[in-house]
Write a protein that binds this ligand. Structure first.
Ligand SMILES: NC(=O)c1ccc[n+]([C@@H]2O[C@H](COP(=O)([O-])OP(=O)(O)OC[C@H]3O[C@@H](n4cnc5c(N)ncnc54)[C@H](O)[C@@H]3O)[C@@H](O)[C@H]2O)c1
Length: 370
């Protein structure tokens, strides 16, 4: 268990985990992958106020009981050990606290919360109830990114000189996002928590903390582009930061509304590049199938090494993150990726970017927030 974990002790569950899904919307399609064909778990309940979603997901779990609210599930007396909370961000706190109060461990989707007090209240609730709260981060389970970390940690690139992330949100291609899902995302954007910097950006900032540790200063310039009347997307945006170890990162976010990208999921052209004194390593894509070349490459001494057999389907990162959580519940060993305190650090960095931009791009120490 990480030294920052919410719980000081944890008793592993010595039988398959009895799990419930709370929220059966778009991202359920990927979170479910950690649960399918997994002997560590038995899905006993599915919860969503929408009848059609319950009916659709019941096909995956014919033996699970379906409920239209957490209250109804709690009142049923059904035995539950852990819950997969897949709710719109504004409902995270209420949903998480309800589940923790029932004595259920919680695996929460990111972003943790819209502000620090809300995240802190969830952490307090986990402590109070003696239950584990994890904020899942699937990107750190994406095999090309794991390979990137392995190469960086091996030292073969030499001392790291810099970290660069590029993200282009495109408007064409990918899967359908239901209208009610888009609605809460647009509400978030209207309340200053943009879909690129805050929602998707959560993952990008997570990779920085995961690779290079704590961040001591963030500077940002958050832009806006009106895509339809009354709706702005938070690009162009640029964020730069410095880790405590001196490594600097830069992340540029661009919007290409009319660009088509082939994707089985969201459309997003993403790159990660770590430059060392001797060479560089690069992840060429993730969510969408942008660049059709190996998803991971390493350049050293005039030669490029390409990885052709990585599991670079983005959905596999959800599968592996979910399996990791369920295994953790069975044995209680290893890092949670992320535990709630670590997720709090990601939130601090994201909020520092907003604070910096609002103050004209000045440097903000994430620890100075609230
Ligand atoms: N890891 C990733 O890459 C990733 C990608 C997309 C979304 N997400 C996150 O996943 C979460 C869910 O996103 P989504 O796109 O699936 O949203 P969604 O709107 O498609 O799904 C949410 C579901 O929750 C249901 N719901 C609403 N209130 C409820 C309640 N009180 N109890 C039970 N169910 C309730 C809704 O009916 C809906 O079916 C968000 O936190 C989002 O940021 C993460």
């Amino acid at each position: 268990m990480s030294e920052n974990a919410v719980l000081t002790s944890f008793t592993p569950i010595d039988r398959p985990v009895r799990a419930a899904f709370v929220g059966l919307g778009r991202i359920y399609d990927l979170n479910v992958r950690g649960y399918l064909d997994n002997d560590d778990v038995r899905v006993v309940a599915i919860v969503d106020p929408k009848q059609e979603r319950r009916a659709q997901r019941q096909l995956d779990w014919p033996e699970a009981r379906a409920f239209d609210s957490v209250d109804e599930l709690a009142a049923s007396g059904l035995g539950v050990d852990a819950v997969e909370v897949l709710l719109p961000i504004v409902l995270h706190e209420q949903g998480v606290e309800q589940c923790l109060a029932q004595g259920w461990h919680v695996n929460l989707q990111k972003p943790f919360a819209n502000d620090l007090p809300s995240a802190q209240r969830m952490i307090s609730a986990a402590r109070l109830n003696g239950r584990q709260l994890r904020v899942m981060e699937n990107y750190v389970f994406y095999e090309p990114l794991r390979k990137l970390k392995e190469v960086v940690d091996s030292g073969e690139l030499g001392p790291v000189s810099g970290y660069h992330l590029k993200m282009v949100a495109s408007g064409r291609g990918g899967w359908e996002v239901p209208g009610d899902t888009s609605k809460w995302q647009f509400d978030e954007a209207r309340h200053g928590r943009g879909i690129l910097l805050f929602d998707d950006g959560w993952h990008k900032l997570s990779t920085a903390l995961w690779l290079f540790g704590p961040i001591k200063e963030v500077r940002a310039w958050v832009g806006a582009t009106e895509v339809v009347a009354g709706l702005e997307i938070d690009a162009p945006t640029t964020v730069v930061w410095e880790h405590t170890n001196g490594i600097r990162g830069v992340w540029d976010i661009t919007l290409a509304v009319d660009m088509y990208l082939r994707s089985d999921y969201y459309t997003n052209d993403e790159r990660w590049e770590v430059t060392g004194r001797r060479g560089f390593a690069r992840v060429n894509r993730c969510t969408a199938r942008g660049i059709q070349q190996p998803s991971f490459e390493v350049y050293l001494d005039g030669e490029m090494r390409s990885y052709h057999a990585l599991d670079d389907d983005w959905a596999s990162s959800f599968r592996d993150s979910g399996r990791h959580w369920l295994r953790w519940l069975r044995c209680g060993e290893g890092p949670l990726l992320w535990d709630a305190e670590e997720a709090m650090e990601v939130l601090r960095v994201a909020l520092s970017a907003y604070e910096s931009s609002a103050r004209g791009g000045v440097g903000i120490d994430p620890q100075s927030l609230g």
